[in-house]
Design a protein around this ligand. Structure first.
Ligand code: NAD
Ligand code: UDP
Length: 318
């Protein structure tokens, strides 16, 4: 296959590029670096089968030659990013998705959209199955991301229904691993770097809110299987093992030997921050024969050294 991956220089996009290349496909990576980093794909540039195009996908996408699949992953993804980039977030979810779908239609390519557990908002059903319609505040601070993704799903289904495009929708739950940006503000990079610096870990609110963290390798496997499957309706891909942020902080402090503990920062909690989140992955098990393989402990053992190396390169730790 020849595959276009938008958001290729981001955290998930760069891992996907690697996976498709390693399966023998050729990959066109596209990114405008708004939240991504050229370093994430520097090792792929010049490799056979890889091509990179710097482009903002909210503008018309011109790509010569045949194409078998489009994976649309371009979008600011961390709450800090989409709060700083609200209009760009709405545009890449709406106009970017439209352009990427238009390209897929013109080329007769399969299309896969990176949606999110945020389409469920602050959920009133727990855990969240794909049949749950969600609880989203459209005009709250997170609405720019949540509604962009909900619109992107609607647009994707419309291209399937009205234009016959082969579409796939993955609803990704919190994913972590090497190549997350140190400053992206998400809890995993925050806690790990605070712990490595010997600082107290910042709990936003009371720290009793929960998340379920999936290692990036599991996500990539789920996305790969979904693209090759026949499933048109959304599929949750996430790790159902749920932790409070307090529990998560204790795990990170224990694994890094950080004695500084935690500090409560109620004022830093973003309005409408979901209280609980856990994927119901029965559908992914049934239709993709997929379930996560990497425990939190094992995933952190691969992620902490990566952050440590980043901090060492910046001279922030020894
Ligand atoms: P990321 O910020 O690391 O990567 C996003 C990439 O998209 C960046 O390289 C950025 O420069 C690029 N981009 C943004 N707008 C663009 C535009 N207009 N044109 C071209 N490129 C553009 O984030 P990530 O964590 O890798 O997330 C990737 C995708 O997965 C996003 O769509 C996100 O919504 C989705 N997702 C991620 C998670 C997660 O836990 N990481 C969870 C749910 C959904
Ligand atoms: N959080 C925290 N301390 C931090 C960063 C985040 O307690 O330093 C909390 C945040 O309020 C949220 C959870 O951790 O409840 C996950 O936040 P993240 O930004 O990683 O992603 P989200 O799941 O909210 O999109």
């Amino acid at each position: 296959m020849r595959v276009l991956i938008t958001g290729a220089a981001g955290f998930l996009g760069s891992h996907l590029c690697e996976r498709f290349l390693s399966e023998g496909h050729s990959v066109v990576g596209m990114d405008n670096f708004i939240t991504g980093n050229p370093e994430n794909i520097a090792h792929l540039v010049g490799r056979e089968g890889f091509q990179f195009i710097r482009h903002d996908v909210t503008n018309y996408i011109f790509l010569p030659g045949p194409l078998d699949a489009v994976l649309h992953f371009a979008s600011p993804a961390s709450p800090i990013d989409y709060l700083e980039l609200p209009i760009q977030t709405l545009k890449v979810g709406a106009l970017g998705t439209h352009n990427a779908l238009g390209l897929a239609k013109a080329k007769g390519a399969r299309f896969l959209i990176a949606s999110t557990s945020e389409v469920y908002g602050d959920p009133q059903v727990h855990p969240q199955p794909e049949t749950y319609w969600g609880h989203v505040n459209p005009i709250g601070p997170r609405g720019v991301y949540d509604e962009a993704k909900r619109f992107a799903e609607a647009m994707t289904m419309a291209y399937h229904t009205y234009h016959g495009v082969q579409t796939r929708i993955v609803r990704i739950f919190n994913t972590y691993g090497p190549r997350m940006r140190l400053a992206d503000g998400r809890v995993v990079p925050n806690f790990i770097q605070q712990a490595l610096r010997g600082e107290a870990l910042t709990l936003y609110g009371d720290g009793l809110q929960t998340r379920s963290f999936q290692f990036v390798g599991d996500l990539v496997e789920g996305v790969y299987r979904l693209l090759l499957s026949d499933e048109v309706e959304p599929v949750n891909i996430g790790n159902p093992h749920e932790f409070t942020m307090r529990e998560f902080a204790e795990i990170v402090n224990a694994m890094t030997g950080n004695p500084a503990g935690t500090v409560i920062k109620p004022e830093l909690r973003i309005k409408d921050d979901p209280q609980n989140r856990q994927p119901d992955i029965s559908k992914a098990k049934r239709v993709l024969n997929w379930e996560p393989q990497v425990t939190l402990q094992a995933g952190l053992e691969q992620t902490i050294p990566w952050f440590a190396e980043q901090l060492r390169q910046r001279g922030e730790i020894k």
